[in-house]
Design a protein around this ligand. Structure first.
Ligand SMILES: [Zn+2]
Ligand SMILES: [Zn+2]
Length: 323
């Protein structure tokens, strides 16, 4: 089978992913093999590939990709051949620790990550754990469903942490693939999304944001920071009301902010991708409410170029690789 393999991290401009023939996976009891129908390209892939996560060398080679939608072609589980399923960042968890038992499998210390600890979706086929995949509703297209498994789940988790009330104004800093979903969730909950963006106003408009601004005016009832920089985090903390929440799904910079901007009981929290029940929730939402998607389809072997475009902010919405 054909895969995009990463032997060692390097800048995407140097095309570190190699399009090669790799051996077909073998599975154990409780696993399935899927034919990958679509795999979304996430910012985390860029961090993995360029070495920002500083993964130990023994973890390589890596086949990235953690927004997989595939059709089951072989099953050693209760799932049937022909069913369409998907998987996100969390490949599996231990199932027996305190976090797993209390329903926070995303915080399991023994969780395995798709596309790091296990071969991911930059591939024609993938072996997955039947307990951790989620079935895809028939009316969702492969390319629309794939990004829901990381971008969609992360956006939903972020919005839920804010608990938006009707007519609350929630600021969304940085408008890309995740914000495209977050804006829709905020508006669907009866609150107003304020998109803070200099260059992607059209994306925010398509997502249905109530307001689009190039700098924050303040007084927000919550903020989500999708643009991972220290400066943006500081702006978000300063412009969010006392007693409310600032969600930072992922940040690579060191962050800090003046205590004066933070002292009146503001909550700052991260989100760690999502849970299986959230995957089910978002797929149901997408199927029932017609969640909009903004997808650029590209071929698997173009992954290096796609990642390079993503790095330069040239992908609007989400890119999806089709093997
Ligand atoms: Zn991701
Ligand atoms: Zn666990």
């Amino acid at each position: 089978m054909n895969v995009m393999m990463l032997d060692k991290p390097d800048k995407v401009e140097n095309k570190p992913l190699k399009y090669i023939v790799h051996k077909y996976p073998e599975i154990d009891q409780g696993q399935v093999i899927v034919k990958v129908l679509a795999n979304g390209v996430c910012h985390s892939d860029l961090h993995i590939i360029e070495g920002d996560f500083q993964l130990p060398s023994e973890m390589f080679p890596i086949i990235p990709g953690h927004e997989i939608v595939g059709e089951i072609v072989e099953s050693k589980s209760d799932l049937q051949v022909g069913e369409r399923v998907g998987i996100g960042w969390f490949y599996s968890a231990c199932g027996v620790c305190d976090q797993c038992i209390s329903g926070h499998e995303n915080l399991c210390p023994n969780a395995l990550v798709t596309g790091i600890n296990k071969y991911g979706g930059y591939s024609e086929f993938a072996a997955l754990d039947a307990q951790y995949v989620t079935r895809i509703p028939d009316d969702l297209k492969d390319k629309d469903a794939a990004p829901l498994f990381c971008a969609g789940i992360t956006a939903l988790s972020a919005v839920k942490r804010i608990h938006p009330n009707i007519n609350d104004r929630i600021a969304v800093f940085g408008v890309g693939g995740l914000a495209f979903y977050a804006i829709q969730f905020i508006e669907a909950m009866g609150a107003k999304a304020v998109a803070v963006t200099r260059s992607h106003g059209s994306v925010a408009e398509k997502a249905g944001a109530s307001e689009i601004v190039d700098r924050p005016s303040g007084g927000y009832d919550g903020s989500i920071v999708f643009a991972p920089s220290r400066d943006t985090v500081q702006k978000a903390v300063a412009s969010t009301k006392s007693g409310r929440t600032i969600v930072i799904p992922a940040v690579m910079d060191r962050i800090d902010f003046p205590f004066g901007d933070f002292m009146w009981e503001k909550n700052v929290t991260s989100v760690a991708s999502g849970l299986r029940k959230e995957a089910r929730e978002i797929l149901r939402l997408a199927s029932e409410t017609g969640l909009k998607s903004m997808i650029t389809e590209r071929k698997l072997e173009e992954a290096n170029n796609v990642l390079s475009d993503l790095k330069r902010g040239k992908i609007q919405g989400r890119a999806v690789l089709i093997p």
